[in-house]
Design a protein around this ligand. Structure first.
Ligand code: PHE
Length: 429
């Protein structure tokens, strides 16, 4: 997510910089080889490899993780919050990130020589297909579904380094809304025509066909919606500012910056949809706005998550903090230890005729294990035909201060076993 804003790959400002960098990268990439010989299998399809192929097995291995649909991932909670905020909009998921050049570039009026088409910036599956580099790639698909207001969340791919703030796969949300002559927002202001009938001139503040006063209303509708949306997501009246920008598919265009940690940070791109784009999709009498926002950056601020790589972890110390939360919960992430987890399971038959409460067991484990216990939860329970009940608990041990040894944890684990056997009369399985 962050790279797109940092490097502004769609913006003309950095064209030259990217062109130079692009040359360097593609040469380097060719030398190292990409690891696919004749074809590459992605989700349900096989693609022939050619000179354009620059996807790597590593990136392909991340396809289909669908983090934004996985309960326990903060990106899922954020996606739920977005869906809730935009509940009157259609919601689309496009699970397959492979799209053709038309969707990713042509339908968005991105010129043939635009930097974003370079192999150095975009992952090509082959000469005809790319891994979508933004959710705008689906604008056209949603318009063909006859939607006039939609939100689409997806994983997107851009070639970049991996560090605390960058990842080659990140997530975006596209929001899009169309208005027509009879939209209440226009009618209530006494306006009944969207388009200029004569003197078609494009200026910095409008496209040739649009009436300035309509553009002003749509701009203010969009900015109010987005500001309230960001405030709602970040739970505070965070300082924001709009900065003029350039995108081939919107005009005028803006980026929104928020003030965080003594710095202005770009969080989204937006603008009035290019009329030509709508016309190409068979829509002639509407005007609309579009926005694309990166989810990771927002989630990092929203939940105070310090490293973008954490979204990809399977570490239950991380995931369990978000697992049972609701999208409106204000969760502050507690850093997990850098020392490894040690996972021990314990299975036993419950004593018969006794009311068993899992929470009692959790408390007992914490009581004995103290700070070494990171998590404990029941992972399996069943009852035999004879009515005997079995429970299995998973106990995750991890210290914040030091690396634990198996022997050391074993001593604690045995103590827990002994206690429940002697005092609570369970039978170990
Ligand atoms: N697709 C743009 C990007 O990824 C963001 C954007 C979306 C800008 C919609 C304008 C309108 O940078």
């Amino acid at each position: 997510m962050l790279n797109q804003f940092k490097r502004k790959i769609w913006s003309q400002k950095t064209c030259v910089l990217n062109a130079i960098k692009g040359h360097h990268l593609s040469t380097k990439a060719k030398e190292s080889g990409f690891g696919f010989k004749e074809s590459v299998h992605i989700l349900d399809n096989n693609y022939a490899v050619d000179d354009w192929t620059n996807i790597t097995p590593k990136v392909v291995s991340l396809i289909g993780r669908n983090l934004y649909l996985k309960k326990g991932n903060p990106l899922y909670l954020l996606s739920e919050a977005i869906r809730h905020y935009f509940k009157d909009y259609d919601f689309f998921v496009f699970a397959d990130p492979v799209v053709d050049l038309k969707s990713n570039f042509d339908s968005l009026l991105i010129p043939k020589d635009h930097v974003s088409r370079q192999k150095s910036d975009t992952y090509y599956v082959n000469k005809d297909y790319v891994l979508r580099s933004h959710t705008s790639a689906h604008q056209n698909h949603c318009l063909h579904k006859k939607s006039t207001a939609f939100v689409c969340i997806a994983d997107v791919y851009r070639r970049d380094e991996i560090d605390r703030r960058h990842h080659s796969v990140f997530h975006q949300c596209e929001a899009f809304r169309l208005y027509h002559n009879n939209s209440p927002q226009l009618i209530s202001r006494g306006i009944n025509h969207v388009f200029e009938s004569h003197k078609l001139v494009r200026t910095d503040s409008k496209q040739e066909n649009h009436c300035q006063e309509v553009v002003d209303i749509i701009e203010s509708e969009m900015k109010t919606t987005i500001e309230a949306f960001v405030r709602n997501l970040l739970w505070e009246d965070i300082p924001m500012r709009w900065v003029s920008a350039y995108f081939p598919f919107t005009h005028p265009s803006w980026e929104l910056e928020i003030y965080h940690n003594n710095d202005w940070i770009e969080i989204l791109g937006s603008g009035i949809v290019e009329h030509k784009l709508l016309q190409n999709a068979g829509i002639n009498d509407n005007i609309g706005w579009a926005l694309g926002i990166g989810l990771e950056r927002l989630a990092m601020i929203r939940y105070q998550i310090p490293d973008i790589r954490l979204f990809w972890t399977n570490d239950s110390g991380f995931l369990s903090q978000f697992e049972s939360a609701c999208h409106s919960d204000k969760i502050v992430y507690k850093p997990i230890s850098s020392h490894p987890q040690l996972i021990f399971d314990i299975s036993f038959w419950l004593p018969q005729q006794v009311f068993w409460c899992c929470n009692d067991f959790y408390d007992l484990v914490r009581n004995i294990g103290g700070d070494l216990i990171e998590q404990v939860k029941v992972i399996d329970e069943y009852t035999t035909k004879e009515g005997k009940k079995s429970h299995t608990y998973r106990i995750v041990y991890r210290s914040h201060e030091r690396m634990l040894s198996k022997d050391e944890v074993n001593v604690v684990h045995k103590q827990i076993e002994r206690y429940v056997t002697d005092e609570w009369k369970v039978a170990m399985r």
